[in-house]
Design a protein around this ligand. Sequence first.
Ligand code: PGA
Length: 252
Amino acid sequence: MRLIVADDYDGMSKLAADIVIAAVQERPASSILVATGNTPMGLYDLLATRQASGECDFSGVRAVQLDEYLGIGPEDPRSLFGWMRRSFVVPLAIPDAQVMRLRSDAADPDAACQEFAEAIRETGGIDIAILGLGPNGHLGFNEPPSAADAHTRVITLTPESAASSASYWGAGEDVPQQAMTVGMDILLEARLTIVVISGEHKRHILQQTLEGPVSSDLPASWLRTAENVVFIADRAAAGELALAEDATTQAG
Ligand code: PGA
């Protein structure tokens, strides 16, 4: 596991873009797990800018959805699939046939989860997982508690996540209380994982993720047991951890 600390949000996004671009240059048909949320948006903007300048080409990648609210169709304004399309798939000209959508509007959501996990495995697993860090330590919607072997499944949002979701859709919006998420089992097998973390409000949870106990109560802490994980934080999020700039920390 590696922690890289950037001066600010833009620096964090640039460092993350450098790593993602290098990985896609090496493997143009990479399967990329694509987080939504505010934090990776600067990274996605940079990828699109750098593709437009000819530096990279994401048209061969497979974009895999990380999570979705239950019962929300792709056209719903709250759909995380729609957010992934607008921020990642369309700007990077990824053909629809190379996009894997979590069918949270399926008649049998549990079966849809199993099929999705199976489809990820059949296509060779995840090459690059791009993740944010939830205010409660969730990854995707792997809410606490989530074990390392938690499968792709339907979950109930914690109050923190419901509040965080409300911040995206505006007060008064009807925030779904349930969601689907790719499981910890698949996340922890990704060949490369980039976690972007920004802002002072993430400082405590980042410190706990990196230095607290590895436990289901803080799902992101399981990343310390996985291969090839890079946390990229801005200084506001890293806080005291910033002292260990560019530090390489052994998985614990
Ligand atoms: P954020 O969300 O990037 O909007 O902070 C992160 C998350 O909840 O996973």
